[in-house]
Design a protein around this ligand. Structure first.
Ligand code: SGN
Ligand code: CA
Length: 529
């Protein structure tokens, strides 16, 4: 009897304690969110994906302690549009930011605003690539436009400040500083930690300027692609490593060996201070001299260019990986890791020599797909792996779901919380894609398409009208469109139906394409006037 009495007393006191501290209990359970995004980071260059190109031990920790997605994609493979989709959870043709040129309307809803309104403290640090003061953040420190690798300017809550040093490290330091010193400890937080690297033109940190000097990389099997088997779009793009990348800007020559033009030195290295410049020249000049003396041509020259490209690209990733390591260490040391969701992704995929290319934009796999690694010890089993068709469209609803905030009706993405926690395998069976920035740099034609796990149908339009169909199981490198192959007549029909279905579901149409085309052409005409 006595024991029962004591127990009821204990329970009553416990319940009373809970009742007077409802907020405290709630805050304890609402997870913090660190959303890491790098710019143009191909999944092929994250060792957890198993391509054997480089080592990213720190980024891999997220997958080892949590999950990796093998079929994550973007809805529009270009920077600012991808970020607009990520923020709003709506397709480009709904949020209005269809290309890097159209303005983004910050007045529309975004998930940081919703988290902020629901008691989260929010910060955006790094690259956002959209004009105007970011809305939804208590603190923002962003690069204006593309930003610079060396001694970059930042807009800190809208005020411009130049910071000496290497961009990737500065962004990491600022993120850590916000976590350590500016954040209130009694509120959950959302931190967007968004690197500029490894965006073109791939300028490495001083300490990594000679990393990989003793290695020779073999290009992907389809590096010397002749673009047979596909339509006009693949043949007329301007993103070939051996053909469109530039001697100064991309390959770091002080002058163009074909015409002696020296503008690169003047334009590109003027931000470097004397010590940075000395290290830079000491690293590149001997290699450039050796290359000129070797008198390479044809395939040998193309392979040299591929190596210069891939090494610089991977060098910039080394700093990104270091930064992720510092952040994860901090979370662990402070015990914050237990209640913090960490996501690593990129604004899109990137070509690392597949089809002979750099850059992105196409709905072909390497740029359509994006890396996605995620950890949250409370719900995600260490070492899980998924192939559901999640997209950048799904980040906003997923984060709102974790934070216990109602997901607004007009959000088009779906929360993948139950997928990643292993509660269900069910997810959408097809994803929709749109791309608009043409005519423009890299000349990738306007297109839209639908992809299931196995098939992909793409329509290139505007100045051409061509369809392509791929069987990803039989032709994972997408070398041969089977659109006109009679053996695929049924698949073609099925994929056309799927395309109609997703266009209807998300509210896209030829009229909308025309609307965005007119706006684009008008902008170009004004610019050229
Ligand atoms: C720059 C790059 C392009 C790149 C776009 C868009 N050229 O214009 O190669 O496709 O950005 O990239 S550069 O001469 O400035 O390096 S995005 O990721 O911002 O969309
Ligand atoms: Ca990008």
């Amino acid at each position: 009897m006595k024991r029962i009495l004591l127990l009821s007393l204990f329970l009553a006191v416990g319940a009373g304690f809970m009742a007077c501290n409802p907020e405290e209990t709630k805050e304890e359970t609402r997870p913090n969110i660190i959303f890491i995004m790098s710019d143009d980071h191909a999944y092929q260059a994250i060792s957890a994906y198993g391509h054997g190109l480089n080592e990213t031990p720190n980024i891999d920790r997220i997958a080892n302690e949590g999950a990796i997605f093998h079929r994550a994609t973007v809805t529009n493979s270009i920077c600012a549009p991808s970020r607009a989709v990520m923020l709003t959870g709506k397709h480009s043709f709904i949020n209005g930011k269809v290309d890097n040129i159209q303005p983004f309307d910050w007045n529309q809803d975004n998930f940081p605003k919703l988290l902020q309104a629901n008691g989260y403290q929010t910060a955006m640090i790094g690259k956002i690539h959209m004009d105007g003061l970011p809305q939804g953040f208590d603190f923002s420190m962003v690069l204006p436009g593309q930003g610079h690798y060396y001694n970059p300017d930042f807009l800190i809550n809208g005020e411009k400040k130049r910071i000496e040093g290497y961009c990737t490290d500065i962004i990491t330091d600022a993120a850590l500083n916000w976590l350590k010193n500016d954040r209130k400890e009694d509120e959950p937080f959302l931190l967007l930690y968004h690197q500029k690297a490894p965006h073109r033109n791939w300028k490495p940190a001083q300490k990594y300027l000679t990393l990989y000097d003793d290695v020779t990389f073999d290009p992907p099997a389809n590096f010397f692609d002749d673009y047979e088997g596909r339509g006009t779009a693949a043949k007329t793009q301007e993103m070939e490593i051996d053909g469109h990348a530039r001697w100064g800007h991309d390959f770091k020559f002080q002058f163009d060996p074909t015409n002696g033009d020296t503008t690169w030195l003047v334009n590109q290295l003027k931000r470097l201070n004397p010590e940075q410049l000395a290290d830079w020249l000491a690293a590149y000049e001997p290699k450039n001299k050796a290359m000129r003396e070797a008198n390479l041509s044809g395939k040998e020259l193309a392979l040299w260019k591929y190596n210069r490209y891939i090494k610089d690209y991977l060098r910039t990733i080394k700093s990104v990986d270091d930064g992720v390591g510092e952040l994860l260490d901090y979370l662990k040391e402070t015990g914050l890791d237990e209640n913090t969701i960490v996501v690593y992704t990129s604004d899109q995929g990137f070509y690392l020599g597949e089809h002979g290319w750099f850059d992105k934009r196409f709905m072909y796999e390497e740029s359509f797909r994006t890396p996605l690694l995620m950890k949250y010890p409370k719900e995600i089993k260490a070492g899980s792996s998924f192939d559901q068709l999640v997209q950048n469209l799904d980040f906003a609803p997923t984060f709102l779901d974790y934070a216990g905030v109602d997901i607004p009706e007009e959000i088009q993405g779906e929360s993948f919380r139950d997928v990643v926690s292993g509660k269900t395998d069910e997810f959408r069976d097809a994803v929709y894609y749109t791309y608009y920035e043409y005519p423009a740099e890299h000349m990738v034609k306007r297109h839209y398409g639908v992809s299931t796990k196995r098939y992909k149908l793409i329509h290139f339009y505007y100045d051409i009208d061509e369809w392509e169909l791929y069987d990803l199981e039989k032709d994972p490198m997408e070398m041969q469109s089977v659109y006109d192959n009679p053996a695929y007549a049924d698949v073609q029909k099925m994929m056309h139906e799927k395309l109609e279905e997703v266009r209807k579901k998300y509210g896209d149409s030829d009229e909308l394409n025309k609307h965005y085309l007119d706006a684009y052409l008008e902008h170009r005409a004004k610019r050229n006037r």
